[in-house]
Design a protein around this ligand. Structure first.
Ligand SMILES: Nc1nc2c(ncn2[C@@H]2O[C@H](COP(=O)(O)OP(=O)(O)OP(=O)(O)O)[C@@H](O)[C@H]2O)c(=O)[nH]1
Ligand SMILES: [Mg+2]
Length: 385
């Protein structure tokens, strides 16, 4: 973990040295806090904002069918406590959404005692079935071991780690199928040691549902190439075999600079996600995951769940089903998303330093997202490039 910032900084230097990143024209934000479509309920996002400032708890009937979800080890407890506290303070104290914790080993009593005391909603603790956290029978484990040694010698971050690979495969293909997740429609992924910097002035789950969004992000960046050399070839194979799954209004322009021939390595940073579980459980997504899983790259390379989710969202969903949550100020070491506009930061009582906002820096991909969606960049973004 301590290597995290170093990894990204080294990577950032590489990217800024070798990649020409087109920066779109200056434009102002189109994002707003409210929902653009009508709701069958009398409850609205402005009620959410009012409730936040008055400390009112949203009635259960006005909650969405949604949960927070965290994959963690028992040893992550105290870093997880920080994440829960920030999520509760900035959002969930008014909502009391549930929280599902998943682990490849049983959670211990202390983990359960502390986390259940801090979460305002119900907590659920699940053990991951063995077959979702082990080698599929078609994987050559000797070959996988050799790769880990080689990647370790090359000092590729987590290159020598077996558990990190199981984790990435699990987050790519299984967490949304865990029995505890099956009854929910939306999830918000939370990792240990994160920070929410601003009051969350809307219910992100409701926003997703009312606006037909399926996937969302706060930060985006370039992937480390050595971890995914054949991910794009495998994706192309999938597209060839399943052209029916490709959206005709996809985000190829976010993922590729040459119309799909090569992957530009842009991905949404998946340690934060609010998304549709039903989309992840769809035939389109499962077919994609199965193609990747059979190709073996989770073990023979070190494919991360971030590029996997991002490529799937970018190709299988319509462009406007992917949402950028500008109002959710967020930190996961070493990157910050801090809303660009001062008025927004003041209204939402943000505690982030705007000069640390990563959005418009050269190694963020968020400009590309704005470009392909014809979105106006927020006022003041030039000062943060
Ligand atoms: N149960 C379990 N959870 C894990 C394991 N490895 C990682 N996780 C969890 O999976 C998520 C991602 O792991 P991280 O170690 O944060 O990976 P990362 O975000 O790429 O790396 P960092 O930059 O070091 O945070 C976190 O929620 C971890 O708590 C594991 O072996 N078992
Ligand atoms: Mg992490």
């Amino acid at each position: 973990m301590a290597l995290g910032p170093v990894r990204y900084l080294l990577f950032a230097v590489t990217v800024s040295a070798f990649c020409a990143i087109p920066i779109p024209e200056q434009i102002g934000s189109k994002l707003n806090y409210g929902s653009s479509s009508s709701s069958s309920s009398s409850y609205s996002q402005s009620d959410a904002a009012a409730a936040y400032s008055s400390n009112k708890v949203i009635p259960a009937a006005d909650r969405m069918n949604a949960t927070f979800v965290t994959l963690a080890r028992n040893s992550d407890l105290w870093e997880m406590v920080k994440s829960i506290r920030t999520v509760e303070d900035r959002f969930n104290r008014n909502y009391h959404y549930d929280w599902v914790f998943l682990n490849d080993k049983p959670f211990d009593d202390e983990f359960i005692k502390i986390t259940s005391a801090l979460v305002s909603g119900e907590t659920h603790y699940g053990v991951i079935p063995k077959e979702h956290w082990s080698y599929p029978e078609w994987i050559d484990q000797e070959k996988a071991k050799k790769v880990r040694q080689e990647m370790g010698e090359k000092k590729i971050i987590y290159g020598d780690s077996e558990s990190y690979r199981h984790m990435c495969r699990y987050e790519s293909g299984f967490f949304f199928r865990h029995p505890l997740m099956l009854n929910y429609e939306y999830y918000w992924r939370v990792e240990p040691s994160i920070e929410l910097y601003c009051d969350v002035p809307l219910d992100p789950f409701r926003f997703m549902k009312e606006n037909n969004k399926k996937y969302s992000f706060t930060l985006s960046l370039y992937e480390y190439y050595d971890t995914i050399p054949t991910l794009w070839d495998t994706t192309q194979k999938f597209v060839g075999e399943h052209p029916e799954h490709l959206s005709s209004d996809n985000s190829m322009g976010f993922l590729s600079d040459d119309g799909g021939k090569t992957y530009n390595k842009c991905h949404f940073w998946s340690n934060f996600e609010v998304g549709s579980l039903e989309w992840l459980r769809s035939k389109a997504y499962i077919d994609y995951f199965e193609t990747l899983d059979h190709a073996g790259g989770f073990f023979y390379e070190r494919w991360g769940d971030a590029p996997v989710h991002s490529i799937a969202a970018g190709l299988l969903l319509d462009k406007d089903q992917i949402h950028f949550f500008d109002e959710i100020g967020y930190y996961h070491v070493p990157f910050t998303h801090c809303p660009t506009e001062e008025k927004k930061r003041l209204d939402l009582r943000c505690s982030c330093n705007p000069s640390e906002n990563f959005d418009w820096k050269g190694y963020s991909c968020t400009s590309r997202y704005f470009q392909i969606n014809n979105l106006d960049k927020p006022k003041g973004y030039e000062a943060q490039t």
